[in-house]
Ligand binder design. Structure first.
Ligand SMILES: [Zn+2]
Length: 335
């Protein structure tokens, strides 16, 4: 929608509508609400465990009991959904912890659905946290190096998604960026009796330096190489639209752009072109940078956080995934 001034100065004065907070609210085009927020959480085996992540103040790896407490706090603040990442006890070259019926995420989902049935539980579907090498797919070692195999990885991803659905996950969110994963997951879910479980795909996920602190949080840093053979090149916007189109054709119900703030143009184009429910993932470094500058007194943490999320909404995001979700929900209630 384009708007243009109906008149010219002095008959048209934009400042007329900026004179008071009430007037500004009345004509505000974009709003933030707790109902748009998703809180990512990291779960690992244990009890009464809160292991802080150094580069992400306020974020911890949590044992399942602590996970429930953290999720309850979020829900009480008005956050409707959490996004789960698991850190398994053991890793291997088949990512077997990712699809184990009693895997850490599967256990956590069951517990959350029992303790907080109204909370939406979204699960991250990937293999990297469960692979000894830390890549998002199966690795083939050849004389000339290593390759991440696409098609064999799809089976494991689909199995992982189905195991999450069987545990009670409300949505599954594949983040691996293998070609064809959404279709593979949709088919597996449908065959397993989970036709009602939506897929939120990390459709345009860029190979980004902004993921740095997350690797510590999810203990998923690749042991060799990098993720540039499957995650997208930061230079490419048209390709991002093709990735989103593919995921929609394959059955994605919600599409995601990740990271968020440095990729607002992608968000805007995705929403404008497809009109699908669109999520923005404000990733770890987006959070860490604001926290660090805030702690130093260099910026107003609260104001910068809210303005950044508002910008993502303005660019087209319906859903905001942020580590600050609980505090943001509280701030919005105070406003
Ligand atoms: Zn991964």
């Amino acid at each position: 929608m384009t708007s243009f001034p109906a008149g010219q100065f002095p008959s048209y004065r934009p400042r007329r509508l900026r004179q008071s907070a009430s007037l500004r609210r009345l004509v505000s085009e974009t709003r933030l609400s707790p109902s748009q927020l998703v809180l990512p959480l990291f779960v690992r085996p244990g009890r009464r465990l809160r292991r802080p992540i150094a580069a992400m103040p306020g974020v911890c790896q949590l044992s399942p009991d602590e996970l429930v407490r953290e999720a309850r706090r979020a829900q009480e603040a008005g956050v409707p959904a959490v996004l789960l990442f698991g850190i398994p006890e053991r890793k291997d070259e088949r990512a077997s912890g990712a699809y184990a019926a009693k895997g850490i995420v599967q256990q956590a989902v069951r517990l959350l659905k029992k303790e907080l049935p109204a909370l939406l539980v979204i699960t991250d579907v990937c293999l990297c946290e469960y692979m000894s090498h830390g890549h998002c797919g199966i690795v083939q070692r050849t004389a000339s190096g290593t390759r991440i195999l696409n098609d064999p990885s799809l089976k494991l991803l689909a199995r992982t998604a189905a195991s999450h659905a069987a545990a009670g996950a409300d949505l599954v969110a594949p983040s691996d960026m293998m070609d064809g994963r959404v279709r593979a997951i949709r088919e597996e879910l449908d065959q397993g009796g989970f036709a009602e479980v939506p897929i939120m795909s990390y459709a345009a996920k860029f190979a980004s330096a902004f993921y740095g602190p997350f690797r510590e949080a999810a203990e998923s840093a690749p042991k060799f190489g990098d993720r540039r053979s499957y995650q997208m090149d930061a230079a490419n916007a048209c390709e991002a639209l093709r990735e989103v189109a593919l995921d929609i054709q394959e059955g994605a119900d919600i599409v995601m752009v990740k990271p968020a703030l440095a990729y607002l143009d992608i968000l805007y184009r995705v929403k404008a072109q497809f009109g699908y429910p669109t999520a923005a993932y404000a990733v770890s470094a987006e959070y860490s940078m604001v926290k660090a500058a805030g702690a130093n007194g260099w910026i107003d943490e609260r104001a910068v956080t809210l303005e950044s999320l508002l910008a993502m909404r303005r660019a087209g995001a319906d859903i905001l995934i942020t580590y600050a979700a609980t505090e943001v929900a509280r701030w919005l209630k105070e406003k």
